[in-house]
Design a protein around this ligand. Structure first.
Ligand code: ZN
Length: 241
């Protein structure tokens, strides 16, 4: 059984090699299934590079980070974003802001978009409307106290939202189009590959700054997409377009 699978894999790799040129067989030989996945991504990258250096812009994307600020990882993320000249969007939890006010201040000072994710991480559609709105308002005021700006955007936890909340909140909900599953994968390479495979012009990428692997993946995603000619903007800029 195992032998047959490897044979099938070899056929796949050889087929890929015919289209893409050398180099893949060695990579494929390193580790079975994983190599096949890599070959697919290598294919995508090779294809992208055919655009050549004259290619102007591949598109515009927004990186968004939920559930922070995180006292262990957010500062490191901000350092890397600053180094790369990339602005991101952060949807913060009121309960995580306490004690991390300086980080929130820095996000704002460095041009990132700050939005609301709630006070604690609850499904807002499971609360009565007044309670849910009260939590959003409270987190919004906490941020306003620190930055002097009242956030205009929010992201509902789990993406759960409804008409009653939409009608009553003063903030604009921001969803996403690429779910990196970073919280689940906890593997920078896997997160990066998955994301690069799904990204297109206008993508809103969902990540979480509470994991070292997410921060690492975010830098790899940025470096790859910048090299491919993408521009990073904050989520509000994509929504206006
Ligand atoms: Zn969340």
């Amino acid at each position: 059984m195992k032998f047959r699978r490897q044979q099938a894999l070899l056929v796949l790799i050889l087929t890929a090699d015919i289209f893409l040129g050398g180099g893949l067989i060695r990579m494929a030989a390193e580790s079975g299934e994983r190599a096949a996945v890599s070959a697919v991504f290598a294919g995508k990258e090779a294809e992208d590079r055919r655009g050549g250096p004259e290619q102007e812009s591949a598109g515009t994307v927004a990186l968004t980070f939920d559930d922070g600020p995180n006292e262990r990882y957010t500062e490191a993320l901000l350092d890397g974003l600053e180094k790369r000249g990339v602005k991101a969007s952060f949807f913060l939890l009121g309960d995580c802001i306490r004690g991390n006010e300086a980080t929130v201040k820095r996000m704002d000072a460095e041009g990132h978009l700050i939005g609301v994710h709630g006070m604690s991480h609850v499904d807002l559609t499971g609360e009565d409307v007044e309670t849910a709105l009260g939590q959003l308002r409270q987190a919004r005021e906490m941020i306003a106290q620190i930055t002097g700006k009242r956030p205009e955007y929010m992201r509902p936890p789990y993406g759960n939202w409804n008409g009653a909340l939409a009608e009553r909140t003063e903030m604009e909900p921001v969803f996403w189009s690429v779910d990196t599953l970073d919280w689940k994968l906890r593997d920078a390479e896997a997160i990066t590959e998955r994301t690069l495979h799904c990204v297109e012009d206008g993508s809103v990428i969902l990540m979480h700054d509470g994991f070292e692997t997410s921060v690492e993946a975010a830098f790899a995603i940025i470096d790859n997409l910048l090299a491919d000619g993408y521009t990073f903007v904050t989520a509000d800029e994509l929504m206006i377009d």
